[in-house]
Design a protein around this ligand. Structure first.
Ligand code: ZN
Length: 314
């Protein structure tokens, strides 16, 4: 009995993984990224999210409690969503020892759909000139994706393409392994399982969407640029430069929707659906919700593919 106890004490003394009961505190910018962290980290991580469910990542303000909680974190996983550009310095200064992993690195970033200005409101000529100047300037910035001054040109919704998520999952595995080498095998094993899940998801989405003859879908907020690029679809956004469209732009969209026999206008729960409802009413169509920020990543993306496929049916 005494020997057994001694042996037990020795085991605790020599194996640090037995002694380390605290999981790694990791913060993710948005819910899907938290899901990826949980997939790879399992019980070795305690994963938190900045943009809480139901909130909009374009305008989010972290709470004081969240900023305080960052002091416990060893890692912040940045998705590149707009609130992070405004908050990155405060996030870093809340915990200078915390590492920051940007999941966009190594990804060919997609530019946001650039909208024609619809000619409404004052000062349009000036804003148009300003916009064009900006575009020219941007010609050389394609490889400066980490440059916070220029973030708004790039579509931040990188996680809507499962193949890009596989790339991100590899980066998350590598980072967790570097922070916690004791559990390298567990991270590697969970990565392989998640990668297989993502491959299956990609195949399922392809088979749901491959046969569609109508490749366009209309959506209020253009969160599906990477999804559309991956599966050969065309996303038609209602939102113009991050704002509700004015009456003239709305009329043009309604005409386009009629011409292209659009039946469904997609919205997401974190945004207003009033413009989408106006278009839907005018064309005798309906509004349907698809959520790029859902926690059940793979099942949600299958639902999204099914909904887009259903909307294209005549
Ligand atoms: Zn968005």
């Amino acid at each position: 009995m005494r020997h057994a106890l001694l042996l037990l004490l020795l085991v605790f003394a020599v194996d640090p993984s037995v002694g380390r009961t605290e999981p790694l505190h990791v913060f993710a910018g948005v819910v899907p990224i938290r899901t990826f962290v949980e997939k790879i980290g399992g019980e070795q991580v305690d994963a938190h999210v900045m943009v809480r469910p139901g909130y909009n990542p374009h305008t989010y303000d972290p709470t004081p409690r969240q900023i305080a909680a960052l002091s416990e974190a060893v890692l912040y996983i940045r998705a590149g969503v707009p609130f992070e550009h405004a908050w990155v310095n405060r996030i870093r200064s809340a915990n200078p020892a915390m590492q920051v992993l940007d999941v966009r690195s190594g990804i060919d970033l997609h530019r946001m759909e650039v909208h024609e200005h619809d000619g409404e409101g004052g000062g349009d000529a000036r804003s148009r000139a300003g916009h064009d100047g900006h575009q020219d300037h941007h010609g050389h910035l394609a490889d400066h994706t980490g440059d916070d001054a220029h973030h708004h040109e790039f579509d931040p919704h990188v996680w809507t393409d499962p193949r890009l998520v596989k790339h991100m999952a590899g980066a998350i595995r590598d980072k967790l392994t570097a922070l916690d080498p004791e559990h390298d095998k567990a991270y590697a094993r969970r990565y392989r399982a998640f990668a297989a899940e993502l491959d299956a998801l990609d195949r399922d989405i392809r088979s749901l969407l491959d046969g569609l003859s109508d490749r366009k879908f209309m959506v209020f907020h253009p969160a599906w640029g990477y999804f559309a690029r991956a599966y050969g679809l065309i996303q038609v956004p209602i939102e113009k430069d991050g704002k509700e469209p004015g009456p003239r732009a709305l009329t043009a969209l309604i005409e386009q929707a009629r011409r292209e026999q659009v039946k469904v206008i997609f919205v997401q729960p974190q945004f207003s659906r009033s413009s989408a409802e106006q278009v839907a009413r005018a064309i005798g169509g309906r509004v349907a919700a698809i959520d790029p920020l859902a926690a059940d990543y793979a099942d949600n993306l299958r639902r999204v593919a099914r909904q887009i496929a259903g909307a294209a049916e005549r």
